[in-house]
Structure formats: C-alpha cells, structure tokens
Ligand binder design. Structure first.
Ligand code: UD1
Ligand code: UDP
Length: 360
C-alpha cells in the first residue's frame, strides 16, 4: 500500500506519529508537511521528539488568510499526488491542512481516509467545524475515536466506511509519557513543583481575536492563587500585543514560549489542573489524570465532560476562577477513547480495504 499522509499543524504531528510508525513497518508512506506551522517550536521539535521521519515534501505554505492558505496547500498537494500516485490519502483532525488535502484527494483516484472523524462542536462559526464536517463528507473512510463520533456521522447520513479506532493521541501519550518523565527538565527550569501550579493554553481564534474575550480569560486566570504557567501560541502572542494585553498577562501569569511535546506532557502531568481551549490538551489531561477546565462553551470531546474530568467555563472570569479553585474530588476514570491501539486499528482497517479493493 502506498499512503500519502498530509500534516501541517502541531497537533497533527502528534496524531500522525503512532500511525506513521505502524505504516512504515509494512507499507510505503509519503509524508507531506504543508508548512502551515513552521516555527521550530511548533514543527521540527515534534519530528525530533516523536521520531517522525523528515517529510518527503514540505510545501512551505506558511501563514495567511483561510482561503489563501487553503488554496496554496491545494495546489501543492495536487502536484504531490500527480508525482506520487498513492493508493490512500490520510488526513488528520480539523485544520486547514486537513481540508485542503481532503478537497484535492476527493476529486482524484486515491481513497481518502480521515483520522479523528465525526467530531462536532455544532458551532459553525468555528473554522475547525467547517473543516471537519466537509472533510468527513468527502472521505471514503472515517476513523472515529469513539461511538459518539459514529452517531454524529450517522446523523449526517455518513454510515459507510466508518470504523471506531480509538484516539491516536492516546497511543502517542502512552509511547512518550515515560520518556517525558525521564528526560524533561522543564519543572526545574521553571522552578515549579508538582501539584503546585496550573497549566494554561489559549489559541482558539474566538478567544484570541476578540480582545474582550482574551482579557476575560486573563482576568480569570489571574484570580487563581496558584502560579499559572502559560506556553504562549504565536497566534496568542500576536493577539496579546495587538490588544495591549501582554504586560498585564506577563505580570499576572508565567508566560513562556511554546514547549516541545516531552516538556508539555511533563507540565500537564504535574499541573494541579489545566485550563485550555485546545482540543488535544483536553484529552491528554484526561489520560494523565489532570482535571481540565475548558475555556469554551462547547467541546467536541463530550465524553470527558460526562465523565466529570472536564468542565466548560467559556471565557467567563468568575467561572474560570471558580473551576480552578474548586476542591479536587475526581470521579473514577472510565475508558473513553480506546486502549492505546488506535494506530494499529487504523492501519488494519486500511489493509482490509486494500485487500478488498485490490490496491497495492
Ligand atoms: C491552527 C488550526 C487550529 C489548531 C492549531 C493548532 C486552522 C484553521 N487552525 O491554528 O485548528 O488548533 O493550528 O495549534 O487550521 N504562526 C507563527 N508560527 C507558526 C505558525 C503560526 O508565528 O509556525 C502565527 C502566524 O501569525 C499565524 C498565526 O500564528 O498567522 C495563526 O496560524 P494558523 O496556522 O493560521 O492557525 P493556528 O491559530 O495556528
Ligand atoms: N503542545 C505542546 N506544546 C505546547 C502546547 C501544546 O507540545 O506548548 C501539544 C499538546 O501536547 C498536544 C498538541 O500540542 O499534543 C495540541 O495542539 P494545539 O493545542 O495547538 O491544537 P489543538 O489540539 O487545539 O488542535
């Protein structure tokens, strides 16, 4: 089987790592990096730490408007598919890189497979919701992390080619967690002790682009008595400066540059709680037993909320403070997103389709 995997943004490197490792065992993988993320701290550090091979192509698309960025990616991916003629195009998650590859592949020969299919926020104002819905609708194979995602797909009429695999990010956490504990020195670098700080990440467009919303999040985090460590996404760094909020944030919070995956897992595992608007971090918090406070009004990862390990507080200072200072009394943890064999299941599902349809 010849698979073209398309990635471009930080969470996609994490998701692709375990799948790519399995694929390389028995198949040919052509890895394409769109270049959506390009800073060392958002891109190459993940390839190094997760042992992902150098991409065969880096399209170098960089930042831009949604339309411009997506269009440029589409052009580049089209040329790669001309040159490589893969059997499968494999896409991950819900970024512009996901949608660009999906739109190109859907009108060409290869089977299009979507990892992390079926997630919904039901918030159409969110660019990621547009990306994931459209990608699911043009995919031949939808790899769902849990049953709820299957129900979401069925509600939109997508019933063929749906396979529950579990969450590939759980595979990644399991593979790297011990190494993070052994090797990361981030706690001593920041002089923070386990269970004595809160970790926070903010990068969702709705939270960064509206100054009132960003200011409200800073106010909520600043009200927490514990130290709050914030690895700042470049979008957020730019927004803090643009809205004149950086000084206030730096006074109240411990702002640091984005960290690599090992350091992030170490921080997340050691934090007393995490406040985030990230999709991936909500799940990783659950895997690492860290209570999560989600800085949004809705989540795609509803199971973590139902299990009592995640609470939605929006960008409301009082709700943020209350959730981050409430007594910690966590319920038992159910298994939500598979057993850490999602990559294996994904590759097996691809092999089964290959056996039926006869591609290499
Ligand atoms: C993208 C995804 C989002 C995902 C996030 C993961 C879309 C629409 N959004 O958001 O779903 O959760 O990645 O982190 O695909 N920038 C840099 N250096 C970089 C990359 C970006 O400085 O290496 C800055 C640029 O100013 C850029 C801004 O960050 O304009 C936003 O980058 P972009 O890739 O457009 O979206 P993200 O906010 O990163
Ligand atoms: N992450 C990281 N360093 C950071 C912040 C996040 O390694 O400073 C990792 C995190 O562990 C997770 C992924 O990046 O695997 C999540 O990416 P992000 O929050 O940017 O995107 P989302 O999941 O919201 O799409």
């Amino acid at each position: 089987m010849r698979i073209c995997s398309v990635v471009g943004a930080r969470p996609q490197f994490v998701k692709a790592a375990p799948v790519s490792e399995r694929l390389r065992d028995a198949h040919e993988e052509v890895l394409v990096h769109t270049g959506q993320h390009y800073d060392e701290a958002l891109s190459s550090v993940f390839f190094e730490e997760l042992d992902i091979p150098e991409p065969a192509y880096n399209l170098g698309v960089g930042s831009g408007s949604h339309a411009g960025q997506t269009a440029e990616m589409m052009r580049g991916i089209d040329e790669v598919l001309d040159a490589e003629t893969p059997d499968v195009v494999l896409v991950y998650g819900d970024t512009n890189s996901t949608l660009a590859a999906a739109l190109v592949a859907a009108k060409r020969e290869p089977t299009l497979a979507h990892v992390e299919a079926g997630l919904r926020s039901d918030n159409w104002a969110m660019p990621e919701e547009v990306n994931r819905v459209l990608t699911d609708h043009c995919s031949d194979l939808c790899f769902a992390p849990a049953e709820n995602a299957v129900d979401n797909l069925a509600a939109e009429g997508i019933r063929e080619g749906v396979v529950v695999t579990g969450d590939v990010m759980y595979d990644a956490v399991l593979a790297v967690r011990e190494r993070a504990l052994d090797r990361s020195t981030i706690l001593s670098e920041l002089a923070v002790a386990p269970d004595e700080f809160v970790l926070a990440t903010v990068h969702r467009a709705a939270n960064t682009d509206d100054p009132r919303q960003l200011a409200a999040i800073i106010e909520g985090l600043a009200a927490v008595p514990e130290q709050v460590v914030v690895p700042v996404h470049p979008r957020t760094e730019a927004a803090l400066r643009e809205h004149g909020l950086r000084e206030r944030a730096a006074t109240e919070l411990t702002l640091i540059d984005p960290v690599g995956y090992l350091d992030f897992l170490r921080l997340l595992e050691a934090a007393s709680r995490v406040a985030t608007d990230s999709g991936g971090v909500q799940k990783e918090a659950f895997y690492l037993d860290t209570p999560c406070v989600t800085l949004r009004e809705e989540t795609e990862w509803v199971e973590t909320v139902e299990a009592g390990w995640n609470v939605l507080v929006g960008a409301d200072p009082e709700r943020i403070e209350a959730a981050l200072t409430a007594r910690i009394d966590m319920p038992p943890k159910p298994t939500l997103y598979g057993g850490g064999d999602a990559a294996e299941r994904t590759v097996t599902a691809l092999e089964e389709v290959a056996a039926q349809s006869g591609f290499r």
